[in-house]
Design a binder for this molecule. Structure first.
Ligand SMILES: *Cc1c(COP(=O)(O)O)cnc(C)c1O
Length: 468
């Protein structure tokens, strides 16, 4: 009952042609769609078709309806959140994954899924300078990776919890600048929001280790049970890097699990000039970094590493231990290392990306992004009407027009409308801040220059209006 192979071949070729054109011309599309909420819904039939429709009509409707209602992340002028790329080799890997449609729950159900995941994450581990004892597994997102880290941490401190339920007074520490996924993970595994301590940051938005130490000691004194610290390498707002080494001193002293969230910036450790980036993270119990952010891999692909796969497994495996003895030592069953049973073949696209670009190619792309961001930051620094709102360690620039929050809101609107770019904002120290995140494979300085030009005319206009 499936599509005939020849029909598939024709339609798939047509789809690939569309993809190639899309990638070649995406810069000309509006990065932000001019749509109102509900418009696409209203343009679609209210009921699913009773009878099948020709693939030609489906493809035509795709072209007519879907891209115009899409925010184009795969666009060189996407500078919001974290800019990402669905690169050519990654897209090809993703297509082949769909064709194989394999479910890698067990080694037996997907030997290639299981082994390629171990191999690619082993390669990546080496590129990032992480220790060989780090076991790697792919989840969909950093949020899910971090949740698994928290569950393994709980297992280390309170091994009865999984059976007993109810967690008591386990306390988690993370900085004020850490990602919301840390708190969501704590909610999910039952730690409770009131047991998530937000450690203050310094003027560079980096966690203050002394404050962390005081908070842990206060909790111990009060009879609560500190169990885990989540440090961030590349926070979401400013890409600040917590002092992981000093934090590791504290977690080691108190016997706490240390998880490092390097969702965006972790992969930058493959640049020789940033090789020390994860040196202290090697002391952590676990670490997450997302190839789907800065490593040209189509969403989703999150690499999770832990030096305690035994605890991760103990937290989630429902296979009685006695059944495992007959297993081949090289046949890992990835379903034992997390919540999900079924798993997509995500390592395939990662393998394509790592081989096609090589470490040098990926590093060169990141280096280019960093150079563009630094050049932009230099312009901001040199113009009194603007200010940098945070240091720029990687390829994200946080800045403000030296005026009101409202003016900065207007500035983003004006940039986005006039330059066909998409910039987003954050709030730092209670003030509205503009973010320029450079991270798309095809972004060049020529894509960023119009942003700066628009900022100039914005400031000129304001200055004239104020008689300055
Ligand atoms: C983006 C980001 C996340 C969340 O990533 P998902 O893969 O979307 O869950 C978590 N932490 C940091 C530091 C991030 O930058």
């Amino acid at each position: 009952m499936d599509m005939a192979p020849e029909e598939f071949r024709r339609a798939a070729h047509q789809a690939v042609d569309w993809m190639a054109d899309y990638l070649a011309t995406s810069r000309e599309r509006p990065v932000l769609p001019a749509v109102q909420p509900g418009k696409l819904t209203d343009a679609l039939p209210r009921h699913a078709p009773e009878r099948g429709e020709p693939i030609s009509e489906i493809l035509a409707d795709f072209e007519r309806l879907i891209p115009p209602a899409t925010t184009h992340w795969n666009h060189p002028r996407f500078f919001a959140y974290f800019a990402v790329s669905g690169s050519g080799p990654g897209i090809i890997g993703e297509m082949l994954t769909a064709a194989l449609n394999v479910n890698g729950m067990l080694w037996k159900s997907g030997p290639a899924v299981t082994e390629l995941e171990q191999v690619t994450l082993g390669w990546l581990r080496e590129w990032l300078g992480l220790p060989p004892e780090f076991f790697g597994i792919i989840y969909d997102t950093a949020s899910i990776s971090t949740m698994h880290a928290l569950a393994a941490a709980r297992e280390m401190t309170d091994p009865e919890a999984r059976k007993r339920g109810g967690l008591g007074d386990l306390v988690l520490y993370t900085s004020e600048q850490s990602h919301s996924s840390v708190e969501k993970g704590a909610i999910t595994i039952g730690i409770g929001q009131q047991n998530v301590r937000r450690v203050p940051v310094d003027e560079r938005f980096e966690m203050k280790p002394a404050a962390l130490r005081e908070m842990i000691e206060a909790d111990v004194h009060a009879g609560r049970k500190p169990f885990c610290v989540v440090a961030t390498v590349g926070t979401t707002s400013t890409t600040s890097v917590d002092p992981v080494g000093q934090i590791a001193d504290i977690t080691e002293q108190h016997g706490l699990w240390l998880h490092v969230d390097g969702a965006y910036a972790g992969v930058a450790a493959m640049l020789p000039e940033m090789h020390g980036l994860l040196a202290a993270a090697s002391r952590a119990h676990s670490l997450v970094t997302n190839p789907h952010k800065w490593m040209l891999t189509p969403i989703d692909c999150s690499a999770f590493y832990t030096r305690r796969p035994d605890l991760l497994r103990q937290a989630f495996s429902l296979v009685p231990e006695y059944l495992n003895t007959a297993e081949h030592p090289r046949a890992v069953n990835l379903m034992d290392y997390g919540v999900q049973l079924g798993r997509r073949f995500r390592a395939l696209k990662l393998w394509f990306v790592m081989r096609y670009f090589g470490r040098e190619g990926l590093a060169e792309t990141m280096r280019t992004h960093i150079a563009i961001a630094q050049r932009f930051a230099e312009l901001v620094r040199g113009d009194k009407r603007f200010e940098l709102a945070a240091p720029v360690p990687f390829s994200v620039v946080c800045f403000r027009y030296a005026g009101s929050d409202e003016e900065n809101r207007l500035l983003i609107e004006e940039i986005n409308a006039r330059t066909n770019s998409f910039l987003s904002h954050t709030v730092l120290n209670g003030r509205y801040v503009v973010r320029l995140a450079v991270g798309h494979a095809r972004t060049t300085w020529e894509d960023v220059q119009p942003v700066w030009d628009t900022m100039q005319s914005f400031a000129d206009g304001r200055g004239a209006a104020a008689g300055r």
